[in-house]
Design a protein around this ligand. Sequence first.
Ligand code: GAR
Length: 211
Amino acid sequence: MKPYVILISGRGSNMEALLAAGLPGQCAAVISNRPAAAGLAAAAARGIATAVVDHRQYPTREAFDAALAEEIERHAPQLVLLAGFMRILTAGFVARFSGRLLNIHPSLLPAFPGVDTHAQALAAGVRIHGCSVHFVTPALDGGPIAAQAAVPVLAGDDEESLALRVLAAEHRLYPQVARWFLDGRLRLNDGRVQLAGEASSPAQLFVPSLD
Ligand code: GAR
């Protein structure tokens, strides 16, 4: 079974979705930069090894990233999944895991990088929002996009209702993309995403729907 590692910082609902998906691989460890991350207990309850690399214990970003990389490499993962991992990674770290480092971001990138994406979407007045899974590069939330899922922004939405709708999409999208990768269908080739056997769909999405 291909080993993979999940990095979290908090709740871990995307981690749970990945673990529940029966991926064609073995989750070798869940690693958090925050000792209090709720997802650690959920992973341990599933019998998965957990580790904490607390960023506050390291004097520099480089020192933290070196310790994190060492902990990850112990498990020799073929894939590293950032699942609500809220640290900016150094170029050195990203290069070390290039092509096997995926992140999920709660917006339709390149719109709304960074934090507070749902507030950003509401402030911008977009009618379609969503989430993206992308390969990680040194550019913050800027790496090649593997897949996206869209949801409507509905009248009366607030940050919370919109976040919940996007999160449900995240929980479907991320396991699918991880599965493609572990099945050997998805890869990064010369900085471009390749997905073998990609279905071409003529479907279009209109929000609000047309009369
Ligand atoms: C998710 O919405 C994820 O997309 C987001 O944090 C949340 C973590 O929730 N990630 C980012 O914003 C990364 N820039 P979870 O811990 O329940 O998966």
